[in-house]
Design a protein around this ligand. Structure first.
Ligand SMILES: [Mn+2]
Length: 357
């Protein structure tokens, strides 16, 4: 599909491929690795920029300097707040012979979709919420490539938080270690992730992970991941010990504060394991609805049983998502106990998040 057609003059033949992908997790990096393999197959020079939502201005102004390049953007969504920045960059690039392919699974505004599709030079846009970005990238670019198939499977396991593949969970932690390390040292995140990305693109998981020994081939990275996990567990135990519980509409609702350096996914996974809970308090049960409050006042929603709709609960806090996981916002706060009381009142007044009596 993103092949240039000869009758489409005046666009010159593209000679290079620029990959823009999300730097935050395995899905973004696996997507970039698949795009890299595609570039190799097509004999295109390859460059990747891994980024996050706060850096669109910088990334899209860089992009506007590109010529005769196939630009493939993966695992990044677009809404009305960044539409102008993105449009300016893409329009200039396209006017210089570039072609845009955008593959994603996040929420898009109608205006954002229209904008991409109205670009010159036959843009391709695929947005599908049922898959992770690496799966879409795999299907669209290299459906028959074995390494890409594996990368998509690994990304799916972590993006849908299935945690069925040990190597996928390990890779998630490795990405966090590398990212947090770069941010701490004020180093460029793309540069720091490049060695990992290169190995994944060249050899798939076997480039980084030793399946028999169940560890990373890079022993320094392996040690760092091990240390990171120990610290993470300590922090999560402490946070969970300070939980706040209440029964609302017959459901056990729990609020916990997430310490810095952890995500609500980390917390959700940890707090849904009965063994973890009982090592803190033998009486502690898995909550039907878990809310993780970050220091910035963001709320993560995870559920412990199917009778709860996380997206409906998140909607009460200006958010949304899936029935099994969602995000919302409380706002800045000082007193955690007061926040919990406030959250419990809001959830008591509404029953849309409960599906069974
Ligand atoms: Mn993703």
């Amino acid at each position: 599909m993103p092949e240039e057609r000869e009758n489409e003059a005046p666009a010159k033949k593209v000679t290079a491929l620029l990959s823009i992908s999300h730097d935050k997790d395995v899905d973004g990096i696996a997507s970039a690795a698949i795009v890299w393999r595609y570039a190799k197959e097509k004999g295109l020079d390859f460059k990747a920029v891994l980024t996050d939502y706060g850096s669109f201005e910088q990334v899209f102004s860089y992009l506007s300097t590109q010529r005769d390049t196939l630009i493939i953007i993966t695992d990044l969504g677009m809404d009305d707040t960044v539409i102008n920045v993105v449009e300016n960059g893409l329009k200039k690039a396209v006017a210089q012979g570039c072609r845009v392919v955008w593959l994603d699974h996040h929420h898009w505004s109608d205006n954002a979709i229209k904008m991409v599709l109205s670009l010159e030079n036959k843009p391709v846009l695929k947005v599908n919420h049922d898959f992770c970005a690496a799966e879409i990238t795999h299907k669209v670019l290299l459906p028959r490539d074995e390494v890409s198939t594996e990368l998509a499977r690994i990304a799916h396991d972590t993006d849908f938080n299935l945690r069925e593949i040990e190597a996928a969970t390990a890779l998630t932690d490795a990405v966090s270690v590398i990212r947090f390390g770069a941010i701490d040292k004020k180093e460029d995140v793309t540069d720091s992730l490049y060695p990992l990305l290169t190995k994944l693109a060249e050899n798939g998981m076997s480039g980084v992970w030793d399946t028999n020994a169940r560890r990373f081939k890079d022993s320094l990275l392996d040690k760092q991941v091990e240390h990171y996990r120990k610290e993470k567990t300590k922090k999560m135990r402490k946070a969970l010990a300070g939980h706040c519980d209440q029964i609302i509409h017959g459901k056990l609702v729990r609020v916990v504060e997430i310490p810095s350096g952890l995500t609500s996914t980390d917390m959700g996974t940890f707090a849904s394991d009965l063994e973890n809970l009982q090592s803190i308090d033998p009486e502690l049960k898995v909550a039907d609805l878990l809310l993780s409050l970050s220091q910035g006042g963001m709320l993560g929603f995870r559920r412990g049983n199917d009778g709860v709709l996380c997206n409906a609960a998140a909607k009460l806090f200006n958010g949304g998502g899936h029935p099994y996981a969602a995000g919302g916002e409380y706002g800045l706060y000082e007193d955690f106990q007061a926040v919990c009381d406030d959250i419990f009142v809001t959830l008591s007044k509404d029953t849309s998040w409960v599906t069974e009596p």
